[in-house]
Design a protein around this ligand. Structure first.
Ligand code: AVI
Length: 322
């Protein structure tokens, strides 16, 4: 039986109001202006991200795909049965390739209704698994899954693609600690993490020569034009990627090519940019072995196993809730 239900929590009008609020707060910040990276993923941004994943310079997605192809069976064999699988940010389900997990229940948790609809269509022919999707923020969705599972069922949470790396600073470990609180001791987390690698490799992954990542980043300003009536002139902003040694993160910025003023009527602001001033749009943390040890420890997990793709430098981590 394939049974997918999606529930919408916030109406589109309030989503737009929330977007306007976060844009006005981020662009009014003294010092470094910023915009939340979650807004990179409207339908145009999500399509561009799919293209990024296929770029030869961006090896992350293919590395994880290789790891899951080779080791999913071995990973799942380490877990008690029956297994209930919840995937945070499932997207269209492409990362998971569901049958690998040999579970009876699969709960994709995904804020994008369009992605959930594709997933539902693509997986409808798998009869051995019941699919109940949640159109929710990650932890809200996971709370729903935890409330439904029986005491005999083991919960495996998939958080793949190094999405954890897009949480800024301490937010990643705070998020994992909150996630841990929803689990029972002994439940598992499979966490995909992109590892530290030479700066040159990282920069070409986030500033590719044909400009897909630049378009992905600039689309955020185009989205503000479309949804909030702003007058950003996209020709007057340039994509930039830099490696921050102190935080072990690749940062994406949008650099103003000139001194200019931009009006954003639906956020009730206008914003002054100096020449070469930037808007910080995303951080992508790159992990070291020691960093992962301390992340697991601080968030209440025991490190059970790790699989590494050496050719790109990506790790799949199986952690058990303590
Ligand atoms: C989704 N996330 C893990 C990607 C990353 O690598 O941080 C987003 C991305 N940004 C630019 N390229 C890819």
């Amino acid at each position: 039986m394939s049974n997918t239900s999606a529930q919408t929590q916030i109406a589109p009008a309030s989503l737009t109001r929330q977007f306007a609020l976060e844009v006005s707060v981020g662009l009014a910040k003294p010092g470094q202006k910023e915009l939340p990276s979650k807004y990179l993923y409207d339908s145009v941004g999500s399509a561009l991200f799919e293209v990024i994943c296929a770029l030869p310079e961006y090896g992350l997605t293919r590395a994880e795909e290789r790891l899951l192809q080779l080791h999913a069976r071995e990973i799942v064999d380490q877990l008690p049965r029956p297994v209930v699988v919840a995937e945070l940010g499932s997207g269209t389900g492409r990362k998971t390739r569901l049958p690998r997990w040999q579970s009876t229940w699969y709960h994709p948790i995904e804020i994008s209704p369009a992605a959930l609809a594709v997933l539902r269509r693509e997986l409808r022919d798998i009869n051995s698994i019941s699919i109940v999707g949640f159109e929710r923020e990650y932890l809200d969705g996971l709370r729903e899954v935890a409330a439904r599972r029986t005491s005999a069922e083991h919960l495996l949470v998939l958080f793949l693609g190094s999405t954890i790396g897009n949480f800024d600073g301490a937010a990643g470990s705070d998020f994992l600690r909150d996630l841990r609180q929803i689990l029972q001791p002994g439940d598992s987390l499979l966490l995909g993490t992109d590892m530290l690698k030479p700066e040159k490799t990282l920069i070409s992954a986030y500033d590719d020569p044909i400009g897909v990542t630049a378009a992905f980043n600039l689309n955020l300003l185009a989205r503000i034009n479309r949804e909030l009536g702003a007058d950003f002139n996209l020709q007057q902003f340039a994509h930039a990627a830099l490696f921050n040694e102190a935080t072990h993160s690749v940062e994406m910025h949008l650099r103003s090519r000139t001194r200019q003023k931009v009006a954003i009527p639906d956020a009730s602001i206008s914003v002054q940019f100096e020449k070469d001033e930037t808007i910080w749009t995303e951080s992508s943390h790159k992990y070291s072995h020691d960093g992962l040890v301390s992340l697991a420890h601080h968030s209440g997990f025991h490190r059970q196993a790790q699989w590494i793709d050496q050719s790109w430098g990506f790790a799949e981590n199986l952690w058990i809730a303590e």
